[in-house]
Ligand binder design. Structure first.
Ligand SMILES: NC(=O)c1ccc[n+]([C@@H]2O[C@H](COP(=O)([O-])OP(=O)(O)OC[C@H]3O[C@@H](n4cnc5c(N)ncnc54)[C@H](OP(=O)(O)O)[C@@H]3O)[C@@H](O)[C@H]2O)c1
Length: 372
């Protein structure tokens, strides 16, 4: 399959670009014209530079020139829109322009591609499992209702989903809305583009006020290494392309779901793996969902918080709530095993813990049998 991919320079896009060749997928990256202060695209992705097109998700038809649109119409099977504003503490206007208008502009482009080529072309939009806002329990892979607990970021992703749901008419391009879990670095190398998302927990470990972490008793941490998320997303896209036309947008969760560890399990695993890494330990303090949601979104009204701290406070709701993202739809689409990252792997990636070293047999052959 051939994919027009936005957001290739991001955490998830990098993983897709790395994985695509072994999955037999070709990537045409859409790169912003102006990326001031960033390493030039051709230097980061030399093998993709020749295929790249320039555009901006905030512009109609993603800002692509007519010539590129005609070429893409003849060649791509899907447009995969991963680009967006991922600053949890970002301004509403910026979040709206990138996440809501970006989702819509991508969809209009796919409509145009399908019209010009007469072929079925799939639109995939990367949303977030965090559109669940304050919802608890089992979260279905389907449209969600309005929720007063959503942050500005979550609200922008929810509006984008709703926009796509409303825009879609019979005969329109198929739409896959992929709600992605929090991402960590690569499961094999640990490489990560940035230490945002759940890494913020590790970054703030020694500075938590009162060394307390307010969480629900059954809180779970739904997080995936980026390569596992990329693999599941490519599987879901392939599944959509295999299946017949869909009358409505398809929602799915690219996440660990039932396999997501409890927060307590994750922290205890980290401590067991490397007791000396943690000078001090935090206490998890039982809290209600309302307390966590309120605190994570409102602390800045009373405390002067730096942008990094605001992001961390918002992150509290991503580790402190008791809920499970369903993956039944993902299982139907993926036609293979679902991501199951394992608590030890996640603890190692999150806290940068060294890989365990297998003990070597001591010279005393009498003792070595205990190490077998
Ligand atoms: N990372 C997570 O934990 C997580 C969790 C749930 C959902 N998601 C969703 O998954 C998607 C990918 O996330 P990510 O973490 O990979 O994002 P990221 O690392 O923040 O990267 C964002 C990407 O979007 C591009 N971009 C931003 N504004 C653009 C514009 N106006 N036009 C064109 N490209 C633009 C950036 O390009 P430049 O390099 O030019 O800035 C970059 O490639 C997002 O939609 C995000 O909401 C991510």
């Amino acid at each position: 399959m051939k994919l027009l991919l936005t957001g290739v320079t991001g955490q998830l896009g990098t993983a897709i670009a790395e994985l695509a060749p072994e999955r037999g997928a070709q990537v045409v990256p859409l790169v912003r014209r102006a990326r001031s202060g960033k390493v030039p695209f051709a230097r980061v992705f030399p093998s993709l530079a020749g295929a790249a097109v320039t555009g901006d998700i905030r512009d109609p038809l993603l800002g692509l020139p007519d010539k590129d649109i005609s070429e893409l119409a003849d060649t791509v099977d899907a447009v995969v829109n991963l680009a967006g504003d991922t600053n949890w503490a970002g301004f509403g206007r910026d979040l709206y322009a990138a996440n809501v208008m970006g989702a819509r502009n991508g969809y209009e482009l796919v409509r145009e591609l399908q019209k010009r080529s007469g072929r079925r072309i799939l639109y995939t939009y990367a949303s977030s499992i965090f559109v669940a806002g304050g919802a608890l329990g089992r979260i279905a892979e389907g449209p969600l209702s309005p929720d007063r607990h959503r942050t500005a970021y979550e609200h922008s992703k929810w509006l984008a989903e709703r926009e796509l749901d409303l825009l879609h008419k019979p005969g329109d391009p198929d739409v896959l809305i992929a709600r992605v879990a929090a991402l960590l670095g690569d499961s094999r190398t640990g490489r990560t583009l940035k230490r945002n998302s759940l890494y913020l927990l590790a970054e703030r470990w020694d500075d938590l006020p009162g060394r307390m972490l307010p969480v629900m008793r059954g809180a779970r941490v739904d997080v995936l290494p980026r390569d596992m998320a990329a693999g599941a997303l490519l599987d879901a896209i392939a599944g959509m392309l295999r299946a017949g036309p869909r009358a409505e947008p398809v929602f799915t969760h690219i996440c660990a779901g039932d396999e997501a560890p409890s927060l307590r399990g994750l922290l205890e695993t980290a401590r067991a793996l490397s007791p000396l890494k943690f000078g001090k330990w935090v206490r998890t303090v039982p809290a209600s969902a309302d307390q966590i949601l309120w605190l994570s979104n409102n602390a800045e009204r009373f405390l002067a918080l730096s942008p990094a701290w605001r992001n961390s406070m918002i992150g509290l709701r991503y580790i402190g709530l008791d809920r499970v993202m369903e993956r039944g739809r993902l299982a139907q689409l993926a036609d293979g095993p679902l991501p199951a990252p394992g608590t030890e792997l996640l603890a190692r990636l999150l806290f940068d813990l060294p890989a365990s070293v297998r003990p070597t047999a001591p010279s005393d052959s009498g003792l070595s049998r205990f190490l077998a």
